[in-house]
Ligand binder design. Structure first.
Ligand code: ATP
Ligand code: MG
Length: 388
């Protein structure tokens, strides 16, 4: 059964997801709750979405023929990672609605292309330069006083494929470690806060933008996040309006998260775009009237969107593989004793350092209390406490 470009995809139909990580898994859980069936593609036959799908095409993300095999058995196709090749989406587009489309994916999946697009549209970015080889990289880093981030144009996530450079001597080793490959160089900004905004837009044009999330990163990986962001209402309004505009300018179909920085001068700057569910909106499951995963399904199926407002402040903290010892899980029961704390695991194996295995969430009266509560939950999971 294939939906036409303008028809809603009704419950009972099959949704195809390119990518089988935790984001796909949580979309699949929401989709199944609404009566949809799921098929997916991922290189790893034992990926996190596996238990939730009718079948899994085990193939690389740059195999268009495999993507077409998936598309032939689905009513609509979406992505849960930007690592899917644009050619796969182009090949599928003639057969099934692909949301988001190949053009949007190609803009966001290359950091330089994404920044050029944002610059051209007049959106605020921190100082940056494109560096296809070492000489321009050196010139850019020098212009930023060798206090910068160098980021591979393609393939990075969770702080991978990028390096923080603080002095000249660190530049050449960082460049070698990255490939070498084409990079962007960003001036290191003195940050006041990091936030993100989720927008959902359906093909008919209906759009909602969520209240912002406040995010804390450690070593380039999201550590915790809270909705709503306890920030001045002017910044929150500006961030929401900016995200709305970007989603409209991209002709979004599906979800878009805009990651943003607030610098010490109070300026709002775009960090990067993600056209899919996002780690910083996992709290939307408890915080918002409609979770990001349900909203993704509504948007790609062209169903009426759900409301985005906050129903209760909620924070999440990521559970990385570092919390496991020799494959043994931390003592979750200690965290779950705290009132308002919940556990979500992604069924990923094995638990490697820095690998996102799940998250804790905590609801409370205020965002600040929700952060405190979720961090208290995380304290309970520390190994030295577990052995007591
Ligand atoms: P993710 O997958 O978590 O979105 P990523 O690998 O795409 O991460 P970025 O979002 O580019 O990487 O950077 C990760 C984090 O590193 C940022 O959230 C921020 O904390 C820090 N960071 C990145 N670039 C800068 C910068 N120019 N100035 C200051 N901090 C930065
Ligand atoms: Mg990021």
């Amino acid at each position: 059964m294939t939906a036409g470009a303008r028809d809603p995809v009704p419950p009972g139909a099959t949704i195809g997801i390119l990518g089988g990580g935790q984001l796909g898994r949580m979309m699949a859980i929401a989709a199944r709750a609404m009566g949809y069936k799921i098929r997916a593609l991922d290189p790893d036959p034992a990926c996190a979405i596996r238990p939730l799908v009718e079948d899994l095409v085990a193939a690389p993300f740059d195999d268009p023929a495999a993507a077409v095999r998936l598309a032939q058995r689905c009513a609509v196709l979406t992505i849960e990672t930007e690592r899917v090749s644009r050619y796969s989406l182009e090949q599928c587009a003639g057969r099934v609605p692909v949301r988001p489309n190949a053009n949007l994916l190609s803009i966001v999946q290359d950091r330089a292309r994404q920044k050029r697009w944002l610059d051209r549209q007049g959106y605020p970015l921190g100082p940056w330069r494109f560096a296809p080889s070492f000489d321009p990289l050196r010139a850019a880093a020098a212009a930023f006083g060798f206090d910068c981030y160098i980021k591979a144009c393609r393939g990075g996530y969770d702080g991978r494929a990028q390096a923080r450079v603080c002095r000249e001597s660190e530049l050449a080793p960082a460049w070698e470690a990255l490939g070498p490959q084409a990079c962007v160089v960003e001036q290191a900004l003195d940050l006041e806060a990091e936030l993100s905004v989720l927008a959902a837009r359906r093909p008919s044009g209906e759009m909602v933008a969520y209240p912002p999330a406040l995010n804390r990163h450690e070593d380039g990986i999201l550590s915790w996040s809270v909705i709503p962001a306890p920030l001045p209402s002017g910044i929150a309004r500006e961030a929401r309006a900016l995200t709305h505009d970007i989603a409209e300018a991209l002709g979004l179909e599906g979800l878009l998260v805009v990651e943003m920085f607030v610098d010490k001068r109070g300026r709002l700057l775009v960090n990067e775009l993600a056209p899919r569910p996002h780690n910083s909106y996992h709290a939307s499951e408890q915080a918002c009237a409609t979770s990001q995963f349900e909203q993704a399904i509504r948007a790609i199926c062209d169903l009426p969107l759900g409301r985005a407002e906050v129903v209760q402040p909620t924070a999440i903290a990521n559970l990385l593989g570092d919390l496991w010892r020799d494959g043994t899980a931390p003592p979750f029961e200690k965290a779950l004793k705290l009132s308002g704390v919940r556990l979500h695991l992604y069924d990923k194996h094995p638990p490697r350092p820095s690998r996102k295995m799940g998250h804790l969430s905590a609801t409370a009266e205020t965002p600040e209390q929700a952060i405190e509560k979720v961090l208290e939950g995380m304290q309970q999971l520390q190994w030295h406490r577990a052995r007591r």
